[in-house]
Structure formats: structure tokens, C-alpha cells
Ligand binder design. Structure first.
Ligand SMILES: [Zn+2]
Ligand SMILES: [Zn+2]
Length: 305
């Protein structure tokens, strides 16, 4: 879930000793609650030893890949040496004032990670495809590399959710694209929160709304609230959702907006949506559900109150 962001606008000339990447981490970190045991994962645009030292003062855990030339005075084995030793080989060095650990691990190419608070071991086995032998082989991997891969994946997942149902708006005004992007981000974030709630309520996965349906319902509710248009016309021209399915999950904002909920006759009789006992052919023209009113009970009023 995206919590905060910083739009890259090029260098503005004010750069601290942490470098541009390190400054970004500090800026984003400043909006998080302090002393909450966060773990930070970042790629090699951001990682440096001074940044780790600074974060350690807040007792934060940080894991990140680092560029080779950012490790000054560190005689860790180079890519060529590790390549000779084969896939899964690694080397590490510990910086002795803050116990910052640098690990270089070789798979198809070398990756170098910097972190504190953890150690290289245990080693894990990772399945890889061997081109020469044409079969799957097990390559040993420090657990911290697996941990890093696991958490960095989150950003790719968010990107793939965003790419799924993009707004296809073309504009010459650049800020329109920012608006659309953050609207998408807000939708994906809210869908992820919705799923979190569903899991807390122990709802089976099958009953959770898919991203597309969730997005369609939000759109439907946003155009219906405070509007006096009938639902039927718009939904029938919208191939995304059938009328019946939307009706069942109509949001409270639309149901209680007090605008144009006129009674209408339906062709067939059926159960009242609210009391679920009376049969009626009176329905709300906006909500599209049957609602009864009899002596001593007015479901139509209660439903919209
Ligand atoms: Zn009723
Ligand atoms: Zn209604």
C-alpha cells in the first residue's frame, strides 16, 4: 500500500551529505511514527553507509542494495572473483563501529546488500534454472537476500495493480496525468484496505470483490450520489456490471442522499429488500430495490433514513 510519496523534480541544489537518494529516504521517513520498529527496504539509488548510520540512531532496520563504488575502503570480493567460485557464492565484511554488514552474493551477476541488525546466516536454497545443464538447480542464498527480494516485490505488485485498469485520458496538460495517477493509487489503496478488512472478518476469498468490480462500484456510487438520474439507463449501457449485482451492494452514501428516490412499480412482485417478509411490487426508482409500506411499517422510509 502506498503510504507517502515524493515526486522527483530534479536536484534543487540543496543536498546533504547523504546524497540525493539518502535525502529522499529521510524525507519519506519523517512522516512515519517514531520508535515503531519499521523495516526499510530500498534499492541502490538510495543506500549508503552514512544513511544507515543515521537510521541506526533511530534504531531502524534498513536493508538495501548498494552500488559498488559507494563502498569506500571495503575490500569485499569483486564480481569476477565470485564468478569463478560459481553461483551461490558470497562474501561479506562488517564495519566495526556500527556493525553494518555488506554482503555480495553472486547469482547470474553480483548483488551487494548493506544492512544492520542481522547476519548473513542462515543460508537458504533458491531454485534457479541452469542454462548449460538445462535443468533446475539449487543455489545457496543468504537469508537476507531472500528477505530483500520478498519485500522489494511489494512495489512491483503495486505497479502491476496500477497498470491493470488505467484511465485512458489524453491531455496536453501534464498535471492531468498526476491527477489520474493518484486517483488510481487511491483506488488501489482502498481496495487493499477493503481486502484487509474482509480478512479480519474472515470472509472467504471468493466473496471478496475483485479489483475491477471494486473500482466499478466506487465509480457507480460517485456518479449516483446526489444525482436524480435513474440507475437503470446508465447501468444497462455499462458492460462492466450487471444491474442486479450493483443493487445488492449499493453504498450508503447513495442510499441516504435524499435525492430522487421516487417510488415506481415493478413488473413482478418480490420480497421487500428491508423487512424480507412482505411481497410487494413497489420499488425505489434510484436504488432499484423493492420496498414495501404497510400499516405500522414503512420500509421505503426506513431504507433511506
Ligand atoms: Zn418491507
Ligand atoms: Zn432509493
Amino acid at each position: 500500500m502506498l503510504f507517502d510519496f515524493n515526486i522527483y523534480q530534479g536536484g534543487d541544489g540543496t543536498r546533504s551529505y547523504l546524497g540525493q537518494g539518502g535525502d529522499v529516504v529521510m524525507k519519506l521517513f519523517s512522516t512515519l511514527a517514531k520508535n515503531s520498529n519499521y523495516k526499510i527496504y530500498a534499492d541502490n539509488s538510495f543506500t549508503s553507509v552514512p544513511l544507515l548510520e543515521k537510521l541506526l540512531r533511530w534504531e531502524l532496520q534498513y536493508t538495501g542494495t548498494v552500488r559498488q563504488n559507494w563502498l569506500l575502503n571495503c575490500n569485499i570480493k569483486g564480481e569476477k572473483e565470485l564468478k569463478k567460485e560459481g553461483r551461490g557464492s558470497f562474501d561479506f565484511r562488517v564495519e566495526d563501529t556500527h556493525n553494518i554488514l555488506a554482503v555480495r552474493w553472486f547469482d547470474n551477476r553480483a548483488v551487494t546488500l548493506l544492512f544492520a541488525h542481522t547476519c548473513v546466516e542462515p543460508l537458504r536454497m533458491a531454485g534457479r534454472w541452469d542454462k548449460k545443464a538445462k535443468k533446475r538447480i539449487d543455489v545457496s542464498m543468504p537469508a537476507i537476500v531472500a528477505d530483500y527480494n520478498n519485500h522489494m516485490g511489494g512495489i512491483d505488485i503495486l505497479d502491476s495493480f496500477l497498470a491493470k485498469y488505467r484511465f485512458r485520458i489524453r491531455s496536453r496538460r501534464w498535471y492531468i496525468y498526476l491527477f489520474c495517477h493518484f486517483l488510481s493509487v487511491a483506488l488501489v489503496n482502498s481496495w487493499l484496505m477493503y481486502k484487509r478488512e474482509c480478512r479480519l472478518l474472515q470472509l472467504p476469498d471468493k466473496k471478496m470483490l475483485l479489483q475491477r468490480k471494486f473500482q466499478a462500484i466506487v465509480a457507480e456510487c460517485l456518479v449516483s450520489v446526489d444525482s436524480d438520474k435513474k440507475r437503470g439507463r446508465r447501468t444497462s449501457s455499462n458492460p462492466l456490471i450487471t444491474k442486479q449485482k450493483v443493487v445488492n451492494i449499493l453504498c450508503a452514501d447513495v442510499r441516504k442522499d435524499q435525492v430522487a428516490h421516487w417510488p415506481a412499480k415493478s413488473e413482478t412482485r418480490g420480497r421487500c429488500k428491508l423487512c424480507e417478509t412482505n411481497n410487494t411490487n413497489t420499488m425505489c426508482s434510484k436504488c432499484g430495490v423493492r420496498l414495501c409500506f404497510v400499516d405500522g411499517r414503512n420500509c421505503s422510509v426506513d431504507f433511506h433514513a
